[in-house]
Design a protein around this ligand. Structure first.
Ligand SMILES: Cc1ncc(COP(=O)(O)O)c(C=O)c1O
Length: 439
């Protein structure tokens, strides 16, 4: 356990903050920044099984060269001058128009981050009297948007990816709320296409069918967060909604640039009306300085890679190496006690592979620390980021990861499990001796 913070308390505020942090420390859930590192593969001795740089574009010499070339050619690259409502940069406006076309959407709104986009959308679009339902694993940014919205007391979770649970919730809400039945009020369903902590895919087709069935007045709306699918799934990396041809059945889609696209910022794809509404009411768009121009150019250059097909090989590579990891784990973890290492059922069974592979363990921190000593970075994830009892290390795969690196990772995990098992046996023996000596 890290040193207690008590000694530096000098005011009542300090004392309260310290006490709360110490309580987290005692429960082993205090968050800390990891060691500073360069995360890109190739720039470090550490093997990255952690970052969201799924396509390894952050270390792509092609992307870097193209970006620098565009920067050199651009008339302005520094700053942005203020909020979009104060200075509507040409680069910002052009990227929005380009992405609306690329994703086949009537309109698009650029945000500084996916966090801001979710907060902006959910805080202002649902109106008083509307209802919102969301997958229980929905991202924190959606929760924060809901908290600031007019539906904060009318937001309900359904079980993760469960159509029966969604149906039961909708049935209950429709029974209780005649205004939803008549179409006077609206119901919003918020999901992610690929969940970041579990690597599970949302059953988007079934969800759209359910919404259509329950809301024949067309007052049920789906919003899909594609943060972790962007660049990897769908034609030209346009995401799962595009892959499944559901564009017309979704009210809004979110694509973020900070993960597979090695940039920053995000785009909400939606109708012209919603775009206009957000420009008027989305506070995380209005009251913030927009992305600096260099960041817009960076995102634009990453989209060049998607649009001209350069990134498609990266997408294939990351899915191939992810499949290899899953196959290895399915085979090699069979004999390991499940409290030490276990694959969740969907990773055991599914044929649909993603770059996110959680491995459940009751001891994520020691496992992560052990892997680090072997030169590999895979961060532990515990409550409150995931539900209690669902601790894990989350392995994130990248286009630049090799099969040899996967072998090293799997070997490392097995070695750790073996040591833990042996330590448990020793402890049990000591326990027996102690008990015997007491008798
Ligand atoms: C599902 C999901 N939505 C939204 C965000 C926020 O995106 P950004 O990192 O661009 O703020 C994240 C990233 O943490 C995410 O995982």
């Amino acid at each position: 356990m890290a040193k207690s913070l008590k000694s530096i308390a000098s005011s009542s505020l300090d004392a309260q903050l310290i006490s709360t942090l110490n309580s987290r420390e005692e429960r082993n859930i205090r968050r800390k920044l990891p060691e500073p590192c360069t995360f890109t593969l190739g720039n470090t001795d550490l093997i990255d099984f952690n970052s969201n740089d799924y396509l390894s574009l952050a270390s792509s010499p092609i992307l870097r060269e193209r970006f620098l070339k565009k920067l050199h050619a651009a008339p302005d690259i520094l700053g942005s001058g203020g909020s979009r409502l104060l200075v509507n940069g040409k680069a910002h406006s052009a990227l929005e128009a380009r992405l609306a076309k690329f994703f086949g959407s009537p309109a698009a709104v650029l945000f500084n981050s996916g966090y801001d986009a979710n907060v902006g959308f959910f805080s202002c679009i649902p109106q008083a009297g509307d209802v919102l339902v969301h997958d229980e694993y929905i991202h924190a940014s959606v929760h924060d948007g809901i908290r600031a919205s007019r539906v904060r007391n009318a937001a309900f979770p359904f079980e993760h990816n469960s159509i029966p649970s969604l149906r039961a919730l909708l049935t209950k809400l429709l029974n209780e709320r005649p205004d939803l039945r008549t179409g006077q009020s609206s119901l919003f369903v918020a999901v992610e296409s690929l969940y970041s902590m579990d690597g599970t895919f949302s059953p988007l087709v079934e969800i759209t069918e359910t919404i259509e069935e329950f809301f024949p007045q067309r007052n049920g709306y789906l919003i899909v967060d594609e943060a972790h699918a962007t660049g990897i799934f769908g034609p030209q990396g346009r995401g799962r909604v595009a892959e499944l041809g559901l564009e017309d059945k979704v009210l809004a889609r979110l694509h973020t640039f900070g993960k597979a696209l090695a940039a920053s910022g995000a785009i909400v794809l939606t109708s012209e009306l919603i775009r206009n509404y957000m420009i008027n009411y989305a506070r995380s768009l209005i009251y913030t300085t927009s992305l600096n121009i260099a960041s817009v150019i960076a995102a634009d250059t990453s989209f060049d890679m998607l649009i001209d097909g350069t990134s498609q090989q990266h997408a294939k590579s990351v899915l191939a190496v992810s499949r290899y990891l899953v196959e290895q784990l399915r085979h090699r973890l069979r004999t390991v006690p499940i409290h030490l290492l276990a694959l969740p059922a969907h990773i055991q069974q599914s044929t649909l592979i993603s770059p996110i592979v959680p491995v459940m363990t009751t001891r994520p921190k020691p496992l992560s620390a052990y892997l680090r000593t072997l030169g590999m970075v895979a961060l532990p994830i515990s409550w409150p980021t995931v539900p209690k009892g669902k601790d894990r290390i989350r392995l994130c795969m990248h286009a630049g990861n090799t099969k040899a690196e996967v072998d090293r990772l799997v070997e490392g995990m097995l070695q750790w499990a073996e040591r833990e098992k042996n330590a448990e046996v020793e402890e049990a023996k000591d326990g027996v001796i102690v008990v015997q000596s007491k008798l």
